[in-house]
Design a protein around this ligand. Structure first.
Ligand code: TYD
Length: 205
């Protein structure tokens, strides 16, 4: 089982998943956690280039290729072997982040970004994608309030960019209704945690 988590900045997906994964592990499920960009040594090095605040001149297509390269490395080194060994893999961001951020918000186009990603993934999609949906204003407010979290290059984008990210995510949810499940991430943390747990549990049994 391959599950991915998606959402705009400040959707709380990472905090929610920490709790949900602990619950599932306590019940005996074997879960491998990973994230993108990154997840393996080489992919984390690619992540450093992408998120470095000094790299403001990074070209949009070069950026999309770097995300796809990081994804490929994570798939080959970690995700595929873990699935093969019978674990449940949960990845914080995956292909839909590229479609929403690079395809939609950066304006490269969903189709074009999908194509380079199909090369990277050989057409392998997650079985379940949880989309933690939140208005960008609320998400960015959460980030500003959470002083523990580092501000990265993408957090500095304009509000309009984040609106487009959200719109593209919602469009993708319509396009892939069997794979993508929307979770209202504006609700209180406990509610979001329970809902997330229920959806994953349903798919596991
Ligand atoms: P990260 O600190 O992991 O953010 P978050 O906690 O919100 O997941 O930074 C990842 C950033 O990279 C985030 O702003 C989304 C962006 N991103 C893309 O633009 N395209 C991609 O394909 C991926 C995986 C991430």
């Amino acid at each position: 089982m391959f599950i991915t988590l998606e959402g705009p900045e400040g959707s709380g997906k990472t905090s929610v998943m920490k709790v949900v994964i602990r619950r599932l592990q306590d019940e005996g499920f074997s879960i491998i956690e990973t994230r993108e960009p990154g997840g393996t040594n080489i992919a984390e090095q690619i992540r450093d280039i992408i998120l470095d605040r000094k790299n403001l001149s990074l070209d949009a297509r070069a950026e999309a290729l770097l995300y796809a390269a990081s994804r490929r490395q994570n798939l080959v080194e970690k995700i595929w072997p873990s699935i093969k060994a019978g674990h449940i893999v949960i990845c914080d961001r995956f292909i839909d982040s590229s479609l929403a951020y690079q395809g939609g918000a950066r304006g490269i186009g969903i189709e074009e970004v999908l194509n380079i990603n199909l090369f990277a993934t050989e057409g392998s999609f997650p079985e379940l994608t949880l989309l933690f949906d939140i208005e960008p204003e609320q998400g960015l407010r959460r980030i500003a309030e959470n002083k523990n979290r580092e501000i990265n290059r993408l957090d500095l984008e304009r509000l309009d960019f984040h609106r487009q990210v959200r719109q593209t995510y919602l469009q993708l949810a319509k396009q892939y209704p069997n794979r993508i499940v929307i979770i209202d991430a504006s609700l209180a943390l406990e509610k979001v945690i329970d809902k997330t747990y229920d959806i994953i549990k349903q798919r596991l049994i």
